[in-house]
Write a protein that binds this ligand. Structure first.
Ligand code: UDP
Length: 524
């Protein structure tokens, strides 16, 4: 059946259900952005020129919102708790609905398995799978494993795991992770790493799912620029603990600017928030947008990491000022990342803003140097910027990307046919993420299998005396010391992220579309 674009969201709103703050938050968001989604759908529809799109039967099981997982998020929606995941799920649901697919939404294990005892019985997921695709998260994976037993393995290739911070191949492969110290509480599901879908394009080993931010038309852009208050700053951090120990910076900031906050409080101002700060309390999303439209500066103090809010601020014409992390934060040195299935090094509070957006919208500075901090603030007050939103975070960008994944990514087929054009090979002591990046390309894990052979290594004029085949996430690579070439024996371990000082890696790179890094130039 053909998937026809939908611009009416009322069926979706009914499907989301009610009775919890998290669901109300998601529904408010879906309603607020409805018109924006509809316009994007019409544009993409026109671009695709009636191309055939299969309608998929899709189960969306939101594990972290189930009672069975403890649902710690819902009670905190109005109290400054994390909202990024809810923003993303609301947008994923909307994108799938707008693209015309057939959705079943589940937010409880009971609903999903109709009360069948764990591991057996005729529940909807243990017989032949009645879905083409299942979107869930790590909690949902655990729940499905408990209830489906072995049939989970059979259906695995249909699953997509929404995974904010990403899972690198070395952590995903059960045996390898166990043997080499990459085992975490989250992972080792032995999926193709591209079945994990992230909030930002961290490593191309995973698929970049993303979310959307509010878009402005030309009139709105102009009026925002006219009404900007040059000395108005909004602090990033809706929970009082995020302000702890930041008085020094706030003092400096207050020398130049009026400081606003949106910190949740019950009856009294939280002690972490100085008296000179105008605290609005936690705001509904649309009111936060209004505040950001007036403000010149949106300032982060290091936490939360990699949330949606900086993109919203930049889209509303703010400059985002954030701390550089030196050394970078990672699972090795920071509590927050400890035990997360990635060794990614986080170079600032929001590496996407730093690396993909940058000047003049984003300034990343060393906060330990108060002169640098001080002069950054003065520079921001002088700088004029236009509201900016990367295409991949617009509704059209997200629809386009999710459409491409749904129609092309097939992890059930032996050799996935999704082969974007154009690749080059690199040798490097770095990871393939960095190696490809430095050439203006992006690492494409699907292409490792084309370069995992002697001929490819020879083509690079590497003098290897021995060619070995091993299970090691750094391979294919060349060891200069040992003059040995290593080929990868386990396709699940092809990794863009892996690096080791002992190896020069062989990397498959591809081109990408500006503003849509998930897709290569000619692959829509
Ligand atoms: N947000 C809000 N009211 C506020 C502050 C933030 O609705 O007073 C929303 C904001 O619009 C953003 C979401 O909270 O979409 C998530 O923000 P953040 O970047 O802080 O990420 P989190 O840590 O919550 O995942």
């Amino acid at each position: 059946q053909y998937a026809a674009f939908r611009t009416d969201l009322s069926v979706l709103l009914d499907q989301v259900g009610a009775g919890k703050e998290s669901l109300s938050f998601m529904k408010r968001r879906i309603r607020r952005l409805a018109q924006q989604w509809a316009m994007a759908a019409n544009r993409l529809d026109a671009t695709l020129e009636q191309r055939w799109r299969d309608q998929k039967k899709i189960l969306v099981h939101v594990g972290f919102l189930t009672e069975e997982s403890g649902d710690v998020f819902s009670p905190k929606v109005l109290k400054g708790g994390p909202l990024g995941e809810m923003v993303q799920w609301a947008d994923i649901l909307t994108a799938l609905h707008v693209l015309g697919h057939n959705l079943k939404i589940s937010m409880s294990v009971k609903e999903l398995f109709l009360g069948v005892p764990p591991g057996r019985g005729s529940c909807p997921l243990t017989g032949p799978l009645p879905f083409d695709l299942i979107y869930t998260d790590y909690h949902g994976m655990q729940q499905m494993k408990q209830h489906m037993g072995l049939s989970l393995k059979k259906h695995k290739c249909h699953i997509r795991v929404i995974d904010t911070f990403g899972t690198e191949p070395a952590y995903n492969h059960e045996e390898y992770a166990t043997l080499h110290g990459y085992r975490t509480n989250w992972g080792y599901w032995n999926l193709n790493a591209r079945q994990y879908m992230t909030m930002f394009p961290h490593t191309p080993d995973n698929s970049f799912m993303g979310f959307v931010s509010e878009e402005l038309n030309e009139t709105e852009k102009r009026s925002i620029q006219q009404n900007k208050v040059n000395n108005m700053a909004v602090v990033y951090g809706k929970e009082a603990s995020m302000w702890k120990g930041k008085e020094g910076f706030l003092q400096i900031l207050h020398r130049y600017m009026e400081v606003h906050g949106t910190v949740y409080y019950e009856t009294q101002r939280p002690p972490e928030v100085p008296a000179f700060v105008k605290n609005h309390g936690l705001l509904p999303q649309h009111e936060l947008q209004q505040l950001l439209r007036k403000a010149k500066l949106f300032i982060g103090f290091g936490f939360p990491y990699e949330g949606p809010a900086p993109l919203e601020a930049i889209a509303n014409g703010c400059i985002f000022l954030q701390p550089k992390f030196h050394p970078p934060h990672s699972s090795l040195n920071h509590e927050f990342f400890r035990g997360k299935p990635t060794s990614r090094e986080v170079s600032s509070q929001h590496p996407y803003a730093e690396q993909y957006i940058g000047n003049p919208h984003v300034m990343t500075v060393d906060y330990n140097n108060s002169l640098e901090f001080d002069s950054a603030i003065r520079e921001i007050m002088r700088t004029k910027v236009e509201p900016y939103l990367p295409y991949e975070y617009t509704c059209e960008g997200m629809l386009e990307r999710v459409h491409a994944y749904i129609q092309n990514q097939d992890f059930c087929a032996l050799e996935p046919p999704f082969v974007p054009a154009n690749f080059s090979r690199q040798l490097s002591g770095q990871s393939c993420v960095e190696a490809c990046h430095s050439e203006g390309f992006i690492c494409e894990p699907a292409h490792f299998r084309f370069i995992n052979n002697k001929e490819a290594l020879r083509g690079l004029k590497v003098q290897c005396e021995v060619v070995d085949s091993e299970v090691n996430h750094i391979l294919p690579a060349f060891s200069e010391v040992r003059r040995e070439c290593g080929l990868q024996q386990e396709p699940l371990l092809f990794s863009c992220a892996g690096h080791s000082p002992k190896y020069r890696r062989l990397c498959p790179c591809r081109d990408f579309r500006r503003g849509q890094v998930a897709l290569c130039r000619d692959c829509l």
